[in-house]
Design a protein. Structure first.
Length: 145
């Protein structure tokens, strides 16, 4: 019997268990922030956080999220968008996972990258919170520069 052919799409495909494990690992990173953030959505496909008590442009300030997509699990981290200097010194491997300015994509857990992302998230919270406080007026609107 001839060997079963695999297409490029299925050759390196990850299992749903890999996605679920990646989602769980990334969610744990955000859960470490505890009471500093407010959970807005928590379900098997989305974990979405705002910065507790902070407003940006008249709306709760988005901090980050983990979202299960069709082909990957995305980790959104708003502090790296608002404070891009946080990205200085990140590893090439983590940089390779970036899509856009504030999103990292994974198809399976990666303990070393998750540890780096955890440090980036903790540092990011402190810097982003300071930035939010400095850049909004008492009504919660962003100050004009």
């Amino acid at each position: 019997m001839p060997a079963k052919k695999t297409s490029k799409k299925t050759a390196g495909a990850k299992s749903p268990a890999d996605f679920e494990a990646a989602f769980a690992g990334l969610k744990k990173i955000l859960e470490l922030l505890g009471e500093k953030v407010e959970v807005k959505q928590d379900n098997p496909k989305r974990y979405y956080l705002d910065v507790r008590g902070m407003v940006c442009r008249g709306r709760p300030a988005f901090f980050g999220a983990v979202m299960m997509q069709k082909n990957y699990v995305s980790f959104h981290l708003m502090p790296v968008y608002g404070c891009p200097e946080l990205l200085q010194g990140i590893s090439p491997a983590l940089k390779k996972r970036m899509q856009g300015k504030a999103c990292f994509n994974f198809t399976a857990p990666d303990e070393s990258l998750f540890a780096e992302l955890s440090r980036l998230t903790a540092d990011g919270y402190e810097k982003f919170h300071t930035w939010l406080v400095k850049n909004q007026d008492p009504a919660g609107h962003r100050k004009k520069s």
